[in-house]
Design a protein around this ligand. Sequence first.
Ligand code: CA
Length: 219
Amino acid sequence: MRLLLVEDDPTLRAQLRVGLVEAGYAVDEVDNGRDAHFLGDTEAYDAVVLDLGLPLVDGLTVLKRWRDAGRAMPVLVLTARDSWSEKVAGIDAGADDYLTKPFHMEELLARVRGLIRRAAGQASPVLRCGDLALDTRSGRVTWGGQALTLTSHEFKVLDYLMHRPGAVVSRTELTEHIYAQDFDRDSNTIEVFVGRLRKKLPHALIETVRGQGYRLAPK
Ligand code: CA
């Protein structure tokens, strides 16, 4: 899953980046509203963490522009003050959730997980496809109760597919959602990760849809 992190405070931004990357997210970060607006308008994000007090263009304006343009990714707003009016303005501008500074990293991670899950139409924190289960909180993957050991990239591919069971996901889409913008992307590596996943997972769980991509199908 790929996130856009928008925060102008360099210390807080660095802390958030470290926490999010450790949690397995691909993270693009910016420190002002103008760059935030551009990236959110042109790149594919599974969620955005958006500070409201930003240089160049404020966070509320950025959010309103995204929503006016039909950008639907989930947005978690960071508010500097414990001000009810700022929360109301954020939610009314199209935010899906908010956090008031200061906050614990664990709370931010839980809220981001929840937003991504909900956006994919998943209510439970444990994603299931037949006997395959992925716990989004712990990152634990099991088949019929038996733990599977996956590399971080294998996990990222499976996590994305498990959020969209039955949907056809192209290699390009997978590439966009498991790598950050500055990463040297190569969609051929997706094929390698899927190949390795198939060896670890039961027969034909990940189908190839010719010319279109991959589909996770319960067996
Ligand atoms: Ca700020």
